[in-house]
Design a protein around this ligand. Sequence first.
Ligand code: FE
Length: 387
Amino acid sequence: MARFTLPRDIYFGNGTLDELKTLKGKKAMVVVGGGSMKRFGFLDKVCDNLKEAGMEVQLFEGVEPDPSVETVMKGAKAMQDFQPDWIVAMGGGSPIDAAKAMWVFYEYPDTKFEDLITPFSFPTLRQKAKFLAIPSTSGTATEVTAFSVITDYEKGIKYPLADFNITPDVAIVDPELAQTMPAKLTAHTGMDALTHAIEAYVSTVASPFTDPLAIKAIQMVMQYLPSSYNGCKKSREQMHYAQCLAGMAFSNALLGIVHSMAHKTGAAFSTGHIPHGCANAIYLPYVIKYNAKDMRAAKRYEDIAHSLGLDGVEALCARIDDFNQRMGIPKTLKDFGIKEDEFKEKLSDISKNAIGDACTGSNPRIPTQEEMEKLFTAIYYGTEVDF
Ligand code: FE
């Protein structure tokens, strides 16, 4: 049996924050990250609109990037004290991801984090509250997905949580919030969205329900990302929708090894963090060439290329290379600044970890340890992928 799950309502367009005025409920807990939503006045607007809807509002502020288990538990405790019937999460991926996990511990305080690691094993939510998400960046699409990533800093582990119970009830996709993104963040999040759509389309669990969403998202990113990067308002708006469509696809079709590799290398090197979307952008063309050795996957990449008016898989990879170059994204891990010694030293471990990542299962090819090491090596030096 396959399942296709999305939020009940997705509001989109400039000014859709006003939809909050019509929300039915008594108490809303608003979960946000750093100061940017406050600085640009969006937080006040959200709170005012909820109050206008007749709700009592309480804030949970300061969710950090890559939110921790501690933050989740603190938020859950605040919810247990306040007893909201709506959880309203706004910002980049992190506050929304954190709020999804808080929701589980609010409704089931006796749950242990370890209980949630098995995908699609969550207790039934919506016993106490419903969930509304408002994204401020154009990439993760966590406002429509069944996923959340929480970090246990004590153990040094990232928990990717996955269950349709945490797919939000309502998403408000208001492009005004995304207009404030700096250019670099626009590039990285945009390439993350492109990777979501491409990986969803070639995934082994892609379906007729997810394919149209993935293809449309790919076409829109290809059309609007360069101008969005250069600050065009209209293109920013279209990118905000495109990333949401990509999210609707990958929440149901899952991802592939570009994400496996990005997850396990993001914090692996002493030279600094590799931003998630940047890692995806670097790895994507190499992984396409590796996956395209599989006949079914090759056909799927050709579909994508044809939908863009491109002639085959090579042309698709060349287009991605061109996007990366125009947005200042390096072509290799070496160019990113990873030291050769450290890369060689960690190659075996990052390869093993990437194979074990939750996203590997739906990739068209399941790499062996040797293949994954060759793939990383090709990405490090920028050499050909012919295996
Ligand atoms: Fe991603």
